[in-house]
Design a protein around this ligand. Structure first.
Ligand code: PMP
Length: 289
């Protein structure tokens, strides 16, 4: 079956979908995006994703391209036309098209692209064996809370991690604190049984999965503290894991070649992983498309 993409008001074959060479997303990475998981054709946490999209747009002074209802219609339609049951939908909004100049003219119309694809979801192997991560300096700008398409430091870090046989790179700020992964939020469980993830300041993206897992941890009565932690704390943690829309809850069993805890996914991670999978399954049952 051929894939279909939404590009500025039209549904077009994916292989022919194209944007203008003077789209500011292409020339300046002047745009934002969202990735939303799809379960049984339904969008998971659609509300928080759209809320974050609106915030990212507003922080960059890009007007909203359409109402939430219209955007939801486009996303549902892209999912339907691509017959995606389980997978993800990608939405990108750029400032639009204008002759190349750093400053932009008045009255620009944002450009919108949406695609959807089937994914098998995080593998059982990853969940059961855990993954390795490596630490790298965080070379990004000072507004990582905005979900900008400007991902060069992230893609370079991910590539470095993969070349080193690791799943993810953990970014470190200048004080040696972990900010987040290149496309995930980072968590640890201390030997005292405290669950930690960095506060959602401007140094990290406030992950929608992060927010859902915080709520699940609180509900489960786990000792949760929202604060940053250092590389040293991560190295001596009892457990570590990552969260994201596509990876869910991924146990981390090695950091820079050294084992974390006993080198296997720990009980907090397993529990939160299970709770999060149940949480996702509930969206499919509710039919929140
Ligand atoms: N941090 C970064 C830098 C990311 O790119 C992502 C995934 N887009 C996340 C965290 C996780 O966010 P979410 O749970 O909303 O997918």
């Amino acid at each position: 079956m051929s894939r279909i993409a939404y590009v500025n008001g039209r549904y077009v074959p994916h292989r022919r979908a194209a944007v203008h060479i003077e789209d500011r997303g292409y020339q300046f990475a002047d745009g934002v995006y969202e990735v939303i998981a799809v379960r049984e054709g339904c969008l998971v946490d659609r509300g928080p994703h759209l809320k974050r999209l609106k915030r990212s747009l507003s922080e960059l002074g890009i007007p909203r391209p359409m109402t939430d209802a219209a955007l939801c219609h486009v996303l549902a339609e892209v999912v339907r036309r691509n017959r995606v049951a389980d997978g993800m939908v990608y939405l990108q909004v750029t400032r639009g098209i204008a002759p190349r100049d750093h400053a932009w003219p008045k009255g620009m119309r944002p450009a919108v692209v949406a695609t959807a694809k089937s994914l098998r979801g995080p593998s059982a192997e990853m969940r059961e064996q855990g993954v390795k991560v490596v630490s790298l300096p965080d070379l990004r700008w000072k507004r990582c809370d905005i979900k900008s398409v400007s991902l060069l430091p992230n893609v370079l870090a991910k590539q470095t991690a993969r070349a080193a046989g690791a799943f993810e790179a953990l970014f470190l700020d200048e004080a040696g604190r972990v900010t987040e992964g290149s496309s995930t939020n980072a968590w640890i469980v201390t030997k005292k049984g405290e669950l930690l993830t960095r506060e959602a300041d401007e140094a990290i993206l406030n992950g929608v999965t992060r927010q859902a897992v915080i709520a699940l941890a609180r509900k489960a009565g786990l000792k949760f503290v929202e604060r940053s932690f250092t590389l040293r704390e991560a190295q001596s943690a009892a457990e570590a894991f990552l969260t994201s829309t596509t990876a869910f809850v991924v146990p981390v069993v090695a950091l820079d070649g050294k084992r974390i805890g006993d080198g296997r996914p720990g009980p907090f991670t397993r529990r939160l992983g299970e709770e999060y999978r149940d949480y996702v399954a509930r969206f499919a049952r509710k039919g929140a498309s």
